[in-house]
Design a protein around this ligand. Structure first.
Ligand code: PRP
Length: 214
């Protein structure tokens, strides 16, 4: 039987995900090696792990190149792929917000507002829901620079500790939604490998509940 393939978002969420999987009884020792390998296996060779850019996790899952994955809700909102979101893993909690200089608070829904974001679709949907026509500028990082440099009026971005905003003289002007890590599953895998995937999800859910009670 081939291994279950697990897609992990490189970066913030991967470390915590591995910690949770270990608590589920999966020996993730080989995943902690200092290596540039992108495909790794657990000690018992039951799982195959692939480390991918967060924005690519939904693509691997939708196309069945991975059976299950862990990714932020921000990415799921932005990518909107045809996959199952099975579990809120609770960690990686942050908020999607409109942010900018506090003087702009009253003008964040004005037409032609210039909005910088890595989350172009999220920003589009948010402003469309308000019936506001905005000029969205796609950036790939350090989005806070938009208002600071005068490229845009505001940003739509994730805020975790709030330190990046604070360090750049910006504030949250409006919260769009709450975010956290989610467990996602390929639709076909859930049908064809249900007996392996469902017990794993149940175990992960149990571990997450225990963590929450701490
Ligand atoms: C994210 C986000 C903010 C920052 C928020 O960027 O886009 O810039 O983190 O975190 P904070 O509220 O704890 O300061 P990331 O660190 O992923 O880097 P990037 O700007 O290169 O995308």
């Amino acid at each position: 039987m081939r291994q279950i393939t697990v897609a992990l978002a490189k970066g913030r969420l991967a470390e915590k995900t591995v910690e949770i999987l270990e608590k589920c009884g999966i020996n993730c020792g080989p995943l902690k090696a200092d290596t540039r390998k992108l495909v790794l296996f657990d000690a018992e060779n039951k799982y195959r792990f692939i480390f991918v850019k967060p924005a690519d996790v939904p693509t691997y899952i939708e196309r069945g190149a991975a059976d299950i994955g862990v990714v932020g809700k921000d990415t799921l909102l932005e990518e909107s792929k045809d996959i199952y979101e099975m579990l809120d893993l609770k960690f990686g909690a942050c908020k999607m917000c409109v942010a900018g200089f506090k003087e702009r608070k009253d003008s964040i829904t004005q037409n032609n507002l210039r909005v910088a974001s890595k989350y172009v679709n999220v920003a589009k949907d948010f402003y469309a829901s308000k019936g506001v026509d905005v000029d969205i500028v796609k950036l790939t990082g350090s989005v806070e620079l938009g208002p600071v440099i005068g490229l845009t009026d505001v940003i739509v971005d994730i805020v975790e500790s709030g330190k990046t905003l604070e360090a750049n003289g910006l504030v949250v002007l409006e919260e769009i939604c709450r975010l956290s890590a989610r467990l996602v599953v390929n639709k076909v895998s859930l049908k064809t490998r249900k007996d392996e995937i469902m017990p794993l999800i149940a175990k992960i859910s149990e571990v997450i509940d225990k963590e929450e009670c701490k």
